[in-house]
Ligand binder design. Structure first.
Ligand SMILES: *Cc1c(COP(=O)(O)O)cnc(C)c1O
Length: 366
């Protein structure tokens, strides 16, 4: 059978390896997964209760207006319910935005290294990718590349903070930058880790209400997969001007998020204690990762997220990741981004301790 020619140019997303599969394959008892930026504290107890309490309603289709979760998010962010769309992960909102704006005649722009799904979706519709030479967000370079190709660039992605590197722009610089982008270019502000950045430094905090009021061409993306610990349930959201949301709604499949996921997300938003503990654990443990890097002379970018990225000079990140895997520790090798680097999700204290012990031994070659 032959498929659409466009498929010849597509790669499949490479997900973090699965714990059970690695345990079997490598014969290790306890596998530690520090690869997918999941919440190491697990799922909020309130969300677990919401799932259990609603489990017997699995035969019912979800409320397709998703008004309970949208109203909660509207209140949290100070926007109207009409400004919000819920997706099966914010990934799905990226997909909808791609279909709303991109085609084989136009292009998108991102920094040198950013979230892989932007390009994966864009390629599915044959759109061209523009990336800056700088791997991190460099607004001056983004602006000059944008100006050069502004007739064709119809989506511009800013990942704040950036996955897989961890750096984050200041909100004030982003606002100034947005003033120079045409109304017809959709600027997607991917805020998957913005709660982490805001906790570390309020200058990094992106306020979607202010954003969409001043710039009607922006789409803010949030997710329940990272801080809120619901990666397995697939819930994310987009916040934008009503015109943008209406366009995305035309592309959305009905019942795109399950009723249990919606209930769990509402409960997770209410569990402020869980979120606070997660943020505190993250940044106190992050210090141990920075210290480890200094002790072992590894380069890293100060991170505003729940992961840290280590860079290597002589040693090879694929090699190092494979050796960690044999010890039952899963990290994210960044070879597929053409970087000799690895991204490590900040875990629970004992998980991090195990990582440091094993990785130090590996680095020393014994
Ligand atoms: C994890 C992540 C997302 C989306 O995750 P979902 O699970 O689909 O909500 C989006 N952007 C970035 C940068 C991410 O790291």
């Amino acid at each position: 059978m032959r498929f659409n020619a466009i498929l010849n140019h597509l790669n499949t997303y490479e997900p973090g390896k699965d714990i059970e599969i690695i345990a079997k394959e490598y014969g290790v008892k306890e596998v530690i997964k520090l690869a997918s930026n999941e919440n190491p504290l697990g799922t909020s107890q309130k969300a677990v209760e919401a799932i259990i309490n609603n489990a017997s309603k699995a035969h019912l289709y979800p409320d397709d207006s998703m008004s309970e979760l949208r109203a909660k998010l509207a209140t949290k962010f100070g926007v109207r319910i009409q400004n919000i769309i819920i997706g099966a992960g914010s990934d799905q909102v990226i997909e909808l935005a791609t279909h709303a704006k991109l085609n084989s005649q136009n292009a998108f722009l991102q920094c040198g290294v950013s979230f892989a799904m932007y390009e994966i979706y864009a390629k599915q519709v044959g759109a061209k990718a523009y990336k800056t030479k700088s791997i991190m967000h460099d607004l001056a370079e983004l602006k000059s590349l944008y100006d050069k190709h502004k007739d064709t660039i119809k989506i511009l992605y800013l990942c704040l903070p950036n996955n897989p590197l961890g750096e984050c722009l200041n909100e004030s610089d982003v606002e100034e930058f947005l003033g120079g982008i045409d109304e017809d270019c959709l600027v997607v502000i991917d805020a998957a880790y913005n709660e982490f950045a805001s906790f570390k430094d309020m200058k990094k905090h992106i306020d979607p209400a202010k954003l969409i009021k001043n710039f009607t061409n922006t789409l803010y993306l949030g997710t329940f997969s990272k801080l809120y610990g619901l990666g397995g349930l697939r819930v994310g959201y987009g916040i934008a001007d009503e015109k943008v949301i209406n366009a995305l709604y035309k592309l959305r499949a009905p019942f795109n998020v399950s009723n249990l996921a919606l209930k769990a997300a509402v409960a997770a938003l209410e569990d402020k204690e869980f979120a606070k503990n997660s943020l505190e654990n993250n940044f106190s443990q992050m210090q141990r990762y920075e210290e480890f890097a200094r002790l072992n002379a590894l380069d890293f970018i100060p991170s505003y997220t729940n992961f840290i990225t280590y860079f290597f000079e002589e040693k090879n990140s694929s090699d190092l990741s494979e050796k960690l895997l044999k010890k039952g520790i899963i990290v994210r090798n960044l070879r597929s981004y053409r970087l000799n680097a690895m991204r490590i999700t900040i875990g629970k204290p004992y998980e991090n301790t195990r990582f440091f012990e094993e990785f130090e031994r590996i680095l020393r070659g014994n």
